[in-house]
Design a protein around this ligand. Structure first.
Ligand SMILES: NC(=O)c1ccc[n+]([C@@H]2O[C@H](COP(=O)([O-])OP(=O)(O)OC[C@H]3O[C@@H](n4cnc5c(N)ncnc54)[C@H](OP(=O)(O)O)[C@@H]3O)[C@@H](O)[C@H]2O)c1
Length: 325
């Protein structure tokens, strides 16, 4: 059994720093090596986080025999290639969301993970947070009865970002759907499953990405109203409304520490979060590696495949095509 799980990080940008901060809080694992395409960035990162080895290329990280699992923190359009290379080199993978930009890429990744018997998981960190477990518990206990409607959104004002920001760049796999709309979609999928009907409408930028996306998912007896935008701020709470009551996940719902059940009474629960919230996906990955499973039961390969199928459908409804698809 792996006593200490040895992590590597590929791509040393914004999210890699937050992840490395949280990794320090998880017992029985360590940050063993990091890799960036930029040697100064690799050196600085290694100095800051006291990492044993740093590389100015990704190849050396894939070949490092002392690394068990690689956290892929590159841009959306590179997740596929980087995850493929890691798995080919028998490295387990925790890859940032979206796992890849389309269904065909995700299918390839799942096939390879299965063939090589190497762990692969999409870093949908919200799934592993304590508040989300509480939400699932209340729903399975029947506290709100059958779900009739879900309201969830994710938006922020990204209009001051530089023109070459990954958010607005089609080549980098930009757009609000893949970047942040994936969270409300995930919520609805997790609670209600795959919908029978998908309706969506995008407001696109001059660069061809969706700046704003509105989605209605129809299930047999219920609906989800979902939304994402780069154009404005808002209070990001999520509401799950059932026949017998409601559950409110406080702002910002995808990283919330508080959740309220309203049926006959109001019950508010507050959770003390470790770190910024990435701790829980790290713990889940460590657990899976120790158990030698190639996927998590909490966010499985099929779950990632279904999520990308939903996003493919929504993109096709709005003529959003990434280069070289
Ligand atoms: N879970 C979350 O809460 C969360 C939050 C934000 C983002 N994300 C996800 O994390 C990923 C990275 O986002 P980020 O905000 O960290 O991005 P970022 O800081 O802009 O860039 C991350 C890394 O991508 C590589 N990169 C940047 N520009 C590139 C280019 N033009 N060509 C090739 N590689 C380039 C660089 O890797 P090198 O260091 O190797 O050069 C960079 O360090 C995205 O997939 C995003 O969806 C997740």
């Amino acid at each position: 059994m792996l006593k200490i799980v040895r992590w590597g990080i590929l791509g040393l940008g914004n999210i890699a720093q937050k992840f490395a901060d949280d990794l320090k809080l998880v017992p029985d694992c360590k940050l063993e090596a990091v890799a960036s395409s930029n040697s100064a960035r690799a050196r600085n990162f290694a100095d800051t986080y006291k990492v044993n080895r740093f590389y100015d290329n990704y190849h050396d990280l894939f070949k490092d025999p002392k690394v068990d699992i690689i956290y892929i923190a590159s841009l959306n359009n590179n997740h596929y290639e980087h995850s493929i290379q890691a798995i080919k080199n028998n490295k387990a993978v925790l890859c940032e969301k979206p796992l890849a930009i389309n269904k065909s890429q995700v299918e390839d990744l799942l096939q390879l993970s299965n063939k090589k018997r190497v762990f692969l998981m999409e870093a949908l960190w919200t799934r592993f947070n304590p508040v989300f477990d509480q939400l699932l518990t209340w729903i399975s206990e029947g506290q709100i009865g059958k779900i009739k409607c879900i309201y969830a959104s994710f938006s922020f004002n990204g209009t001051k970002r530089p023109n070459d920001s990954r958010l607005f760049n089609l080549e980098k796999g930009g757009g609000s759907l893949l970047d942040i709309g994936i969270y409300p979609l995930f919520l609805s999928y997790q609670l209600l499953g795959y919908p029978s009907t998908i309706i969506s409408n995008a407001i696109k930028s001059d660069t061809g990405v969706d700046n704003q996306m509105a989605i209605i998912l129809r299930y047999k007896d219920s609906q989800a109203l979902l939304y994402s935008s780069f154009l404005h701020n808002e209070d990001m709470s999520a509401k799950i409304c059932g026949e017998k009551g409601e559950i409110y996940v406080d702002s910002r719902w995808h990283e919330s520490k508080t959740i309220t059940l309203s049926n006959n009474y109001k019950t508010r629960k507050k959770f003390e979060f470790l770190g910024k919230g990435y701790v829980y996906e790290i713990m889940e990955s460590n657990k899976c590696l120790r158990e030698k499973t190639i996927e998590s039961s909490k966010w499985s390969h099929k779950n990632s495949l279904d999520l990308v199928k939903l996003m493919d459908t929504i993109r096709s409804q709005n003529d959003i095509i990434y280069p070289n698809e």
